[in-house]
Design a protein around this ligand. Structure first.
Ligand SMILES: *Cc1c(COP(=O)(O)O)cnc(C)c1O
Length: 448
């Protein structure tokens, strides 16, 4: 009976599979619950020493992947997180998923299980700030160094690869400029290198898929070896809980579980539960709506006289339009350009920066549907200025070279009515324009 249900489950579409809770999970028999129980137990009762011994022997043992887990201690394995891991692996198209306390803990683990002293990483030059800091400040202490290069440029890739390169690491779309990196073509170059290497010394491709979410893009399909996510963003979706996950083929499970056991950055069951119950099941519905708003708002901004440029993969004017269509699509094959827009206000650098700050301040003061905050991918629309906020740590010349302009603004669309978002953006642009001309007139009369 249960077997039939499980077989049926595989025939359902992904949107259904991310919601359906009525199939038997090996982590918990909850056929009579509609919502999985929130577990809360640091240690588990073992009926006898034999069971305890078996539990330890089974843990992280690849031969026991399909057997019923024997729970011993939360940091090793526990039901709510285990169920979330099954669903995340399925959503991303990987064999296994291992969840961590935050996205950064997941990224640390992905690097931890794939590199050792003397190894090198080649990373795209623009990365989530803390990932950059991990690679630039902490990994070198363990003898792991990183070359930051432009992975849009194949010659930069080739000149950065050495015989010690072990990992190529990237995010796509790139935050905040929304440049897209071609996962399949980068993988092709890596495979060319790997063909010349001894077994066990191959270069692995790790992709941070947080920005796109598995709804819009599944890097494993294009040859990534490992995918990492911050569950804090769109997968969690409501902005209430932090989390991270590593998704990969089964051969990485053992090391990921042992790493998590020993470094300890495990996702708590109370943190896993809202992502399992609210986040992942609503991901598709949220993304469809957020994308629709993003498209409407990108068009509105593109037509506005105060805007210099709008970067959104869904726009016809998007420079990498073809690549976006090839790489970003939902489970049913529809183009899925995501829910984040980057746009730049007109004017010289200094003037554009002032205008952007003024504009965001007006939004922060007057808008009820757009919130000034970092983070992204939640039901609330969030706005921020990457140049002086999230990406402030990058040197100015690098920011200018890679398109993070002083007048740049990042907008992460939520679920508010898009008419309201456009109305608030429009009013704030008007107010900024009026204020800017006063400011300029004033400056002119003052003779400066
Ligand atoms: C937020 C974020 C992270 C880090 O995730 P945390 O859950 O905050 O640790 C990593 N990568 C990207 C692209 C992010 O947006």
């Amino acid at each position: 009976m249960a077997k039939n249900k499980e077989q049926n489950q595989a025939n359902y579409n992904m949107r259904t599979r991310m919601i359906d809770g009525s199939y038997g999970s090996k982590h918990w028999e909850y056929n009579h619950h509609i919502v999985p129980p929130m577990s809360a137990s640091c240690a588990y009762r073992l009926d006898n020493v034999q069971r305890g011994a078996e539990g330890f022997a089974h843990f992280a043992n690849p031969e026991d992947i399909d057997s019923l887990p024997i729970f011993i201690y939360d940091r090793l394995d526990e039901p709510a997180r285990g169920m979330l891991e099954e669903k995340l692996a399925c959503a991303e198209g990987g064999d296994i998923a291992v969840c961590f306390a935050t996205g950064m803990a997941a990224i640390s683990a992905a690097i931890g299980v794939t590199t050792k002293h003397g190894d090198e990483i080649v990373a795209h030059h623009t990365l989530y700030g803390c990932t950059y800091s991990l690679f630039a400040n902490w990994l070198p202490r363990q003898g792991i160094t990183t070359s930051f290069v432009d992975l849009k440029d194949p010659s930069a890739f080739w000149s950065s690869i050495t015989c010690n390169t072990r990992v190529v690491y990237l995010e796509t779309p790139v935050n905040p400029t929304l440049d897209i990196l071609d996962i399949a073509s980068i993988k092709k170059s890596i495979s060319d290198v790997n063909a010349t290497r001894p077994k066990g010394r191959e270069i692995l491709l790790i992709v941070d898929n947080t920005f796109a979410t598995p709804f819009c893009q599944r890097p494993l399909q294009f040859g990534a070896d490992i995918v990492v996510h911050s569950l804090t963003k769109n997968i969690g979706g409501f902005g209430t809980d932090m989390g991270g996950v590593v998704i990969a083929s089964a051969k990485y499970q053992r090391d990921l579980l042992l790493y998590r056991k020993d470094f300890g950055g495990v996702l708590s069951p109370k943190g896993a539960w809202p992502i399992l119950v609210y986040g992942l099941p609503t991901l598709a519905a949220r993304m469809v709506n957020q994308q629709k708003s993003a498209m409407k708002i990108a068009h509105f901004l593109e037509g506005h006289p105060m805007i210099e440029k709008v970067m959104y993969p869904g726009l016809e004017s998007f420079p990498q339009r073809e690549l976006a269509r090839k790489q970003m699509f939902s489970y049913d094959g529809k183009f899925a350009p995501g829910s984040v827009i980057y746009f730049v206000l007109k004017g010289s650098q200094c003037r554009a920066q002032k205008a952007a700050e003024m504009f965001i301040d007006v939004v922060a003061k007057n808008s009820r549907c757009i919130t000034l905050a970092v983070s992204l991918g939640q039901i609330r629309t969030l706005i921020e200025a990457p140049y002086s906020m999230t990406h402030a740590a990058l040197p100015d010349d690098l920011k200018n070279a890679i398109g993070i302009s002083p007048g740049g603004i990042r907008l992460s669309l939520g679920l508010e009515d898009w008419h309201d978002i456009i109305a608030d953006l429009s009013r704030a642009l008007e107010e900024t324009s009026a204020d800017q001309s006063n400011y300029l007139d004033g400056a002119a009369t003052a003779g400066s």
